[in-house]
Design a protein around this ligand. Structure first.
Ligand code: ADP
Ligand code: ASP
Ligand code: MG
Length: 814
């Protein structure tokens, strides 16, 4: 025998009722089934609404009644399309008596708890009747048994307590002789000893099912609802919540008591002693595994199993010097509340006994204040204690788990997570059993609290990087495209969530703390505010986002003066701009120091060889204890392009022009051709190898003429190239006559660095270097004869952008 309970949504529409019937049919092994059903979803609320309107002499209760009626008639029409007359007559009879009851409430202007129970009973009476007759119309072996004839309670209306002796007897007696395969029982409703209708409390159909399951000692109780089990927290509030596979009875009880509505708290109690497992399943997704509650899983080892919350809490504080050391205050306080049937949800008492704080349902708070102040009337008059303080608009959030007691620091994590998110904690309680740590917070903070606690205790950490890009020209645009394309990959595979939060060029800047939409970044930037290096820095500072990264894709010197400011604000820097790292030694050392001090990174992989992993490799060699003896390199994509294309059939001038047009040179080609750019690169490699040198320590033998070097503008420079054509043709002819290639080579040897044009003989690794390729050979203590060689495209927007991207990921992985 099995007991299954289907909740309001599960029986909330004809379609869902069909699901219920097919679930019942799927147990076709002849085993008798008891099916407990709730009212059609939302009907209990509507019945209470109609009752309250009637009580308040508001005739709109008729409208609510008509809605209730229509919902049921529509469901029948869909479920039993033919021969439904008898069912409709009976349902109409029930509805007619419901209407009379509402009219009675309207007339006497009163809705007592007793009448309220009579009223809400209609929900389950109707649903169970309709479902039974639908199944009968399908020829199934089914019968309806009214739970009011089985479950006997006291007269504590709206939340009656069960008389298990007579209840168990009734249930056993009835099912002993029941012949039908499926018995449908309405949940929630019962009868008192005097035969008056009672209910078991809102959400009580779960309890009905547990009572029947325990009386018959069945093997399993199934609670079918609209979610796939008990979740790590309310899935309606936290998107990332997921079903918990197994829970102990105690954990399930705590979670439900602290607000996990999926299970009505008293449900666990009847089945606990008999160790009948409760399986929570989803009617809308019957295949999903759901949650099993039993004591077989008591030691799952996981400390925090779930987080729950109760809203609409009031905190009552009783305090006063007269309480210290005098026994009986708490007793009187609790007795007063108990007499009024006010349920205490949470208690904290300071060890000084100077104050007691209790959390109750806010709806009870006015009554609570009145009765407590009355109880302590004398003490208040004598100023021994203060009148009770009531705070409303509060919620309780609770971490639940049997194993929390075996793990240290859980409450620390909980409170620091709340603190970091600026959530103020009004009171704290930790049950002596340590299955529960609760905090009272403002109700408006609940969503933030549940989400941040869930992230802290249940989610694989995703690191968010907030990137600010300056200089969105060619390379910047490629970088943005690469970020756009890889966003999903980074999130799924590296757990990095990359947000481009700021963009700027020389005219405009734009920011969006939640991430600029990269599909429209150009429009957003065009419509942005006027930019300056200063205002850009200030804005980033003001946004104050965690893991901020400033990416400099300019070739501007002024911007590098802001680098120390960025580092001091704990903002990492990724520089495509070479100026800072090739500036004077003191400045380079200062930047390195600041990055260390403020625990951020200063990365500049693209300063040498664009996207080639040259600096990273060098850093890894040094970090692993290797020593650089010699570096030989061709580091200028532009000069390589020029000398690979220059020959007797063209002019040096035209080839340089072509290189510039194709984007292989700096905007001012003199920086490349004079060798300054290569000198900066070898300077950076020398410094990263541990040498303390400056740019003017590098020997630079220029292949340009005096005229070329002294030109005052880019145009002048081009004009001077035409005049020096012979000089260049001679360089070319000399190399050719020796079967050599011209390459612009950078060298570091015995602590001395030099750059210059060299004739490279056939067979040398540099000889066949094509196009805009770069090559670096590291001779080290570990690589003394055969150098470590890195070779590949050393210029171009795409590869430079991927070098910047790699730096961003390095920071993300840190
Ligand atoms: P039923 O009508 O089937 O009894 P309820 O509405 O009483 O369903 O309970 C199911 C609802 O409980 C879910 O739809 C969900 O919104 C809510 N809920 C709150 N906390 C949790 C939780 N921790 N796990 C699952 N559901 C939860
Ligand atoms: N129909 C009742 C309610 O809404 C009982 C239940 O659904 O469990 O509270
Ligand atoms: Mg429920």
């Amino acid at each position: 025998m099995k007991v299954l309970k289907f909740g309001g949504t599960s029986v909330g529409s004809a379609k869902n009722i069909h699901n219920v019937i097919s679930i019942l049919n799927s147990y076709n092994n002849g085993e008798p089934l008891i099916c407990v059903v709730s009212a059609v979803g939302g009907i209990t609320d509507k019945l209470l609404l109609a009752g309250n309107l009637a009580k308040n002499k508001d005739e709109s209760f008729y409208e609510v009644f008509n809605t209730i009626k229509q919902i049921h008639i529509d469901i029948i029409a869909e479920l039993i399309p033919t021969n439904a007359e008898l069912v409709i007559i009976e349902v109409n009879n029930k509805l007619a008596s419901l209407k009379s009851l509402l009219e009675g409430i309207y007339l006497i202007n009163e809705l007592s708890p007793k009448t309220s129970d009579k009223l809400t009973s209609y929900g389950e009476l109707l649903s169970s009747f309709i479902i039974t007759h639908t199944m009968k119309s399908m020829g199934l072996s089914v019968d309806l048994k009214n739970s009011q004839e089985l479950i006997i309670t006291n007269a504590n209306f709206t939340k009656a307590e069960v008389d298990y002796r007579s209840t168990n007897k009734n249930i056993i007696d009835y099912f002993k002789s029941a012949q039908q395969q499926v018995t449908i029982c309405p949940g929630f409703i019962a009868n008192s000893n005097n035969g008056e209708q009672t209910t078991l409390g809102r959400g009580g159909s779960d309890f009905t099912a547990a009572i029947i399951a325990a009386a018959l000692k069945v093997k399993q109780l199934e609670i079918w609802t609209d979610v796939s089990g008990m979740f790590t927290t309310n899935p309606k509030i936290v998107k990332q919540a997921y079903p918990i596979e197994t829970l102990s009875y105690q954990e399930a009880m705590e979670l439900s008591h602290f607000g996990a509505k999926v299970l009505y708290p008293p449900t666990v109690q009847p089945v606990l002693d008999l160790n009948i497992p409760i399986h929570i399943k989803n009617t809308l997704d019957p295949k999903s595994v759901g949650t099993i509650i039993s004591n077989d899983h008591i030691n799952s080892g996981i400390p925090v199993k779930g987080i729950s919350n109760i809203n609409n809490i009031a905190l009552l504080t009783l305090q006063g010097s007269g309480m210290v050391g005098i026994p009986g205050f708490s007793k009187r306080l609790f007795e007063t509340l108990s007499q009024e049937k006010i349920n205490i949800i949470l208690i904290t008492q300071a060890s000084s006994e100077h104050s007691i704080c209790i959390g109750i349902d806010a709806n009870d708070s006015d009554l609570a204040k009145a009765v407590i102040d009355k109880t302590f009337e004398n003490e208040i008059a004598l100023h021994k204690i203060d009148p009770i303080i009531v705070e409303k608009g509060l919620s309780i959030v609770a971490l639940i788990g049997d194993n929390m007691k075996n793990h240290q620091g859980i409450s620390g994590k909980m409170f620091s997570t709340l603190g970091k998110n600026n959530i103020n904690i009004r009171a704290i309680a930790q049950g002596a059993s340590e299955k529960n740590i609760s905090a009272v917070i403002l109700e408006k903070d609940v969503k933030k609290a549940l989400n941040s606690l869930h992230e802290r205790f249940f989610e694989v950490k995703t690191k968010q990087l907030n990137v600010f890009i300056t200089g969105v020209g060619n390379v910047g645009e490629k970088l943005i495209n690469q970020i756009k394309q890889q966003k999903k990959y980074l999130k799924e595979n590296l757990k990095i969530s990359l947000h481009v939060v700021g963009l700027s060029n020389s005219k405009k800047m734009v920011f969006d703390a939640s991430g600029i939409n990269l599909n429209y970044w150009k429009d957003e930037l065009n419509n942005g505010e006027k930019s300056s290096f200063q205002s850009y820095f200030e804005k980033i500072n003001e946004l104050n986002l965690r893991n901020s990264i400033f990416v400099d894709i300019t070739a501007n010197e002024d911007i590098t003066h802001f680098y120390p400011d960025y580092l001091r604000k704990s903002i990492s820097i990724i520089a495509c701009n070479k100026i800072a790292c090739s500036s004077n030694l003191e400045n380079y050392k200062l930047l390195k120091r600041l990055a260390l001090k403020y625990n951020v990174q200063l990365l500049f992989e693209t300063n040498v060889g664009a996207g080639l992993p040259i600096i990273d490799t060098l850093n890894n060699l040094i970090a692993s204890g290797d020593k650089i003896t010699t570096i030989q390199a061709v580091l200028s994509g532009s000069l390589n392009f020029v000398f690979n294309n220059f020959n007797e059939s063209n002019t040096f001038h035209d080839v340089v022009k072509q290189a510039q047009n194709e984007g292989y040179t700096e905007p001012d080609p003199r920086i490349d051709l004079s060798g300054v750019d290569v000198a900066r690169k070898i300077l950076i490699l020398a410094r990263e190898s541990g040498l303390e040198i400056d740019l003017n320590d590098i020997e630079n033998t220029s292949f340009l003429t005096k005229d070329n070097l002294e030109s005052e503008s880019v145009d002048d420079f081009y004009a001077s190239l035409i005049k020096s054509e012979n000089h260049f043709q001679n360089l070319y002819a000399s190399a050719k006559s020796k079967n050599c290639q011209l390459k612009y080579v950078a060298e570091l040897n015995n602590g001395k660095a030099q750059v210059g044009l060299k004739e490279i003989p056939e067979g040398h690794p540099f000889y066949n270097l094509k196009g805009k390729d770069n090559i670096v050979m590291f001779y080290t203590e570990r690589y003394p004869e055969q150098p470590m060689i890195i070779k590949g495209a050393g210029a171009g927007a795409d590869v430079t952008a991927s070098g910047l991207f790699a730096d961003i990921i390095r920071i993300g992985n840190k």
